[in-house]
Design a protein. Structure first.
Length: 283
C-alpha cells in the first residue's frame, strides 16, 4: 500500500538554555511500523546565519585507491586557505535571496512531498548548479572547488568519512531507516556527521554542487596546487550523499556528476570564500 504520513510533534525542553528536540513520528508501511525522525533545533528559532569555517592553507590527501576509477590516484594536494559554510544553505537563507532578487523559488507544488522539505532549517533543495552559483555570488561568496570541498570534509589525514570511526548507517542521513531519517533533516542534526573542522552534513542529508566541471580522468593530470577542475565540460561535480541515496556516495572522496540544470529533492549546496585578496570567479 502507499505510505501514509501522519505527523505528531513532541517537544522536550532542557533547562534554561531554550534547546529542544523535535521528534516527528511518521507512519510507514504496515509491516514496517512508525519511523522516528530526530530534529534537534533551538525551540522556535530559525537558523539565520551560516558561519564560515576557516580551512587553513596546507596539504591534504585527495582521492582514493579503493573507490571509483575517477578517484585515482590518491595524491597530496596543496590548497590556499579558504572558508566554507558550516551548514548546508537552508530554506530560510535561500528564501532571503529569492525575496531580494526575484530569483525563482526552488519549491513548488510540482515537487513531490513538498511539505516535508520546506522547514526553514532544512537544507534548500531542488536547486540547479546555476541557482547555487548565483546565490553564492549574491552573498559575496562562491561555490567551493571540488578539492576544497574534499579537504573540508576529510581533513588532512585522508579520512574515508568525515568522522574517523568506521562507517555506521546511523551516523548520517542516508537512504534507509537505520538513521531515523525519512526526508531531509534540519541542518546539523547529526552530530556524528561532522568533519575534523566542525562542518556538518558532509556525508549525508543532501548532495552538494561544487564549482568544477567533471572529467573522468582529471586527477591524473590535475595540478598539485589549488586545482580548479577542467576549463570546460558538459556536467558538473556533486559531492556527498543524500537522504535518498546510498551511503557509498557519502565517502569523502566519492565523485558524482550531473548536468548543470538538474534539480531534485536530494540536491543542495553550501558556499565558500577565498582568503586571498583576489577572489575566484569562474564559470
Amino acid at each position: 500500500m502507499n505510505r501514509v504520513f501522519v505527523w505528531t510533534m513532541v517537544l522536550f525542553v532542557t533547562g534554561l538554555s531554550g534547546i529542544g528536540i523535535f521528534y516527528i513520528v511518521v507512519s510507514g508501511p504496515e509491516d514496517k511500523g512508525p519511523l522516528l525522525v530526530r530534529y534537534p533545533i533551538k525551540v522556535s528559532e530559525t537558523i539565520r546565519e551560516n558561519p564560515m569555517v576557516l580551512i587553513p592553507a596546507g596539504e591534504f590527501l585527495m582521492g582514493s585507491e579503493n573507490g571509483g576509477t575517477d578517484e585515482v590516484p590518491l595524491r597530496s594536494v596543496y590548497l590556499d586557505a579558504f572558508k566554507i559554510n558550516q551548514y548546508e544553505v537552508t530554506q530560510f537563507q535561500y528564501d532571503e535571496f529569492v525575496q531580494a532578487t526575484g530569483h525563482r523559488s526552488p519549491i513548488s507544488r510540482y515537487v513531490k512531498n513538498i511539505d516535508y522539505f520546506n522547514h526553514p532549517n532544512q537544507p534548500v533543495v531542488y536547486v540547479s548548479w546555476s541557482d547555487a552559483y548565483e546565490y553564492c555570488q549574491w552573498r559575496g561568496q562562491r561555490l567551493p572547488t571540488e578539492a576544497e570541498w574534499e579537504k573540508a570534509a576529510r581533513g588532512t589525514e585522508g579520512n574515508e568519512w568525515p568522522w574517523k570511526q568506521a562507517f555506521e548507517p546511523a551516523f548520517g542521513n542516508f537512504k534507509g531507516q537505520q538513521d531515523e531519517g525519512v526526508f531531509t533533516a534540519t541542518v546539523g542534526s547529526y552530530e556524528t556527521d561532522k568533519s575534523p573542522y566542525g562542518i556538518y552534513d558532509m556525508a549525508g542529508n543532501v548532495r552538494e554542487w561544487v564549482q568544477d566541471w567533471y572529467e573522468q580522468d582529471y586527477y591524473k593530470r590535475a595540478p598539485q596546487e589549488n586545482p580548479i577542475g577542467p576549463k570546460v565540460g558538459e556536467v558538473k561535480v556533486m559531492r556527498g550523499s543524500s537522504w535518498n541515496d546510498s551511503h557509498f556516495s557519502g565517502r569523502t572522496s566519492s565523485r558524482l556528476k550531473m548536468v548543470p540544470d538538474f534539480r531534485e529533492t536530494g540536491v543542495g549546496f553550501r558556499c565558500a570564500q577565498s582568503i586571498a585578496s583576489q577572489a575566484m570567479n569562474r564559470d
